[in-house]
Design a protein around this ligand. Structure first.
Ligand code: C5P
Length: 221
């Protein structure tokens, strides 16, 4: 405690799932609870940052010290909210953004037809992190990679392809990750890596923030 490693910096955090509506009562979502991202927002505020939290549909109260919260539902809304706040020094993309959305959203509830198949046409959502990294002046970018297998190679691939400064990788499953209280992360940056072993999401978030602050000061300080 007493760590003010992000004092004077603006930190933007995205958290939670996105919901892509199919009709007025159905959507495509995912199992992100938002807890890791909310813990990251709280830890950044504790470290002295001015924090904006962009939250997908979650049932979580705003952490103490967070300056601003913007609630969104879809990936497109999250993209717009992040871009609107992208003058931050650091962006931590902890949200589980849906990769696809239904191309047509029915204004009326879809009806069941006997024995038939239903085909939904899906279009790709923009990658929020990649669109930030494509901007000439952009925040220090931290991504998350939730993987079920080959964690290290997928995470390092995403670090490069999305043009990130750091990626936090976690194995999903086995009581860790989505919907769980505990988590474990491996951080990767261009020329380093560190393991953050299994602990509460709150403690993990504080350790992640300490490494983000250190890498930020080393490269942008
Ligand atoms: O490629 P994948 O979805 O596994 O990458 C995860 C990381 O990319 C997370 O940090 C997530 O917030 C971010 N992401 C994004 N926009 C998307 C999809 C993922 O910013 N459309």
């Amino acid at each position: 405690f007493g760590d003010r490693s992000l004092a004077g910096l603006k930190v933007l955090v995205s958290a939670g799932p996105t919901y892509e509506d199919i009709d007025p009562v159905r959507f495509i979502g995912n199992r992100s609870s938002g807890r890791m991202g909310f813990a990251v927002a709280e830890a950044a505020a504790q470290a002295g940052a001015e924090v904006t939290l962009v939250a997908g549909p979650v049932s979580l109260t705003t952490p103490a010290g967070v300056a601003q919260r913007v609630d969104v539902r879809s990936a497109a809304q999250m993209h717009a909210a992040v871009l609107a706040a992208a003058q931050a020094d650091i962006y931590i993309g902890a949200a589980a953004v849906g990769d696809y959305r239904p191309l047509e959203v029915s204004a009326q509830k879809l009806k069941k037809h006997d024995g038939g198949e239903l085909t939904l046409r899906l279009g790709e959502n923009p990658d929020i992190l990649a669109s930030l990294s494509a901007q000439t002046a952009h925040p220090f970018l931290v991504g998350f990679a939730a993987e079920t297998h080959d964690v290290a190679s997928y995470a390092q691939g995403k670090l490069r392809h999305k043009g990130l400064d750091m990626i936090a990788a976690n194995q999903v499953g086995g009581g860790l990750g989505f919907e769980a209280a505990d988590n474990a992360l491996t951080l990767y940056w261009a020329d380093g890596t560190v393991e953050l072993p299994r602990t509460s999401k709150a403690e993990l978030a504080r350790r992640l923030i300490a490494h983000v602050a250190e890498r930020y000061r080393a490269t942008r300080g």
